[in-house]
Design a protein around this ligand. Structure first.
Ligand code: FAD
Length: 473
């Protein structure tokens, strides 16, 4: 009887639906713990993903489970919240309903859209996107890991030195934090981790080329001196940094950069993101990047019941002209704010203007270098790396993940080994031998290029190389 009364009471409470269990959505849900509302969080993934460490999965430093945590577990003690594992496909803002991938609908009284961003190939989705790899999901990271490790394996069997060098040439496009981090980690992988494991190729001969269109790295917010420091640190790691250089074309063989064509085994694209297509389904104003334009309180003008936060929202602080950047802290703080504004509205209190508190920025460069900036404090090198380490472990969701990441990093730091160096995926070597059904998104052109000729006679095989000595710190 008591149970019936409780459920009747809860079903009469206002319904808050949150799309997305990323940084913004998860913090919005947590903020509503104990509030007099029924919360429904819908996500197409059943886990919260810590995207800032995706590049570590891509570079075989961490396993996917180290940086992802089940949303149900995070919110399990929150009694007013239920989780729906589904993809939102459409919305009717007048009827206040969402449509899921299976055609079912979810009604809401308040909606928080926190659906994040996707890789932006700037209109080249049908061409460049087939040859360059983005980094926005665990699937992306595993595909980058697979392709990078396969490039080394294929080069080990390749007899043509030119093709071998092409396989060992990696181009990273985009000199923002992700590009800088991945270029540094890739160079580290080749020069320290893989250096002793091959017999024919010398992994240290791998080229990592970082291409950036503007004339400095990390142009979006970092101080000029830290941009220069990042460039210097990358170059010390052997990365070739090309600034003020536009990419003209990307094809199966490599990248056209200015007047030069760089033959490349793997091309990584970190040059931009845009909001997911879902944001266009609400019939409200969006900007060129698909972000929903929101007002001072993070709600959509004319729709006080509709909030958009984080990467999928365009919020321009009062007195400025630039929208807030797509970073985790913006999403977290906006998520909390939107939740508070819903509660304030229910209590007939006025809405407040969202004010972003910038806690600073950081980017890591290889295994023991980084840059960090918080207010007037600027750090670079080892101290910045230590700060980066502490911050990233602190913000990881889940105690098990924190312990696992610390142990993995400690082990990798001491031994120069990485446990997650697995080539996995759906591909078999023999294209006619499909023992399993391959999902359509795995396209044939994602195999490493320059397929090696079989080594028929021992004399034709490239000479063996002595194992490289352990690299010095
Ligand atoms: C490689 C990389 C490195 C980064 N490094 C940093 C860093 O060092 N520091 C920093 O501050 N920021 C960093 N960022 C940016 C940061 O991760 C984002 O700003 C942040 O994740 C935005 O949070 P969000 O809640 O808006 O979206 P997200 O965290 O992306 O969450 C969106 C959620 O919505 C779900 N979703 C999307 N569409 C649907 C749908 N139709 N139906 C149901 N669910 C849906 C997704 O599954 C996802 O769980 C990095 C991003 C990347 C990709």
């Amino acid at each position: 009887m008591e149970g019936t009364t409780a459920s009747a009471k809860s079903s009469s409470l206002p319904r808050v639906v949150i799309i997305g269990g990323g940084f913004g959505g998860l913090h919005a849900a947590r903020e509503l713990d104990g509030a007099p509302v029924q919360v429904t969080l819908v996500d197409r993934w059943n886990y919260h993903l810590f995207q800032p460490l995706l590049y570590q999965v891509a570079m075989a430093g961490l396993s996917p489970a180290d940086i992802a945590y089940p949303i149900r577990t995070v919110l399990r003690s929150q009694e007013n919240t239920r989780i729906v594992h589904a993809e939102v496909k459409g919305a009717d803002v007048n009827a206040r309903t969402l449509t899921l991938h299976d055609g079912t609908t979810i009604p809401y009284d308040y909606l928080i859209i926190a659906s994040g961003a996707r890789t932006n190939f700037f209109g080249k989705e049908d061409t460049w996107a087939h040859h360059a790899l983005g980094l926005k999901s665990i699937e992306d990271a595993l595909e980058v890991r697979r392709r990078v490790l396969l490039a080394f394996e294929t080069a080990e069997r390749e007899q043509d030195p030119k093709k071998r060098q092409a396989l060992l040439t990696f181009v990273v496009i985009g000199g923002g934090p992700t590009g800088v981090e991945i270029a540094g980690a890739l160079s580290d992988l080749a020069r320290t981790v893989l250096a002793r494991d091959f017999r024919v190729i010398d992994p240290k001969s791998a080229r990592v080329i970082l291409v950036e269109m503007v004339d400095r790295l990390l142009a979006g917010g970092f101080d000029e001196s830290l941009s220069q420091s990042a460039k210097r640190q990358l170059e010390e790691l052997g990365v070739e940094v090309r600034l003020g250089t536009a990419v003209k074309d990307i094809n199966e063989q490599g990248v056209q950069v200015g007047d030069e064509f760089i033959e490349s085994g793997v091309v990584l694209w970190t040059a931009g993101v845009m909001a997911r297509r879902l944001t266009r389904k609400f019939g409200v104003e969006t900007d060129k990047g698909g972000r929903i334009v929101v007002g001072n309180d993070c709600s959509v003008p004319g729709h006080p019941e509709l909030f958009a936060i984080g990467d999928c929202a365009r919020f321009v602080p009062e007195g400025t002209t630039q929208p807030l950047p797509g970073v985790a802290q913006v999403a977290i703080q906006q998520g909390k704010h939107a939740a508070r504004m819903i509660v304030a509205t229910l209590e007939s209190k006025p809405r407040e203007t969202f004010s972003y508190y910038d806690k600073g920025m950081m980017a890591t460069i290889g295994r023991s270098r980084a840059i960090a900036q918080a207010g007037k404090v600027k750090l670079s090198g080892f101290m910045a790396w230590m700060a980066w380490l502490v911050v990233h472990i602190w913000f990881l969701v889940g105690f098990r993940n924190r312990v696992s990441v610390v142990l993995n990093w400690f082990w990798a730091y001491l031994t120069y080994r990485r446990g997650a160096r697995l080539i996995t995926g759906w591909r078999s070597w023999d294209w006619n031998d499909h023992d399993h059904v391959m999902p359509p998104q795995y396209e044939p052109n994602s195999m490493p290029r320059a397929a090696p000729a079989p080594i028929e006679k021992a004399s034709e095989a490239p000479p063996l190389r002595a194992p490289a000595p352990r690299p010095a710190e």
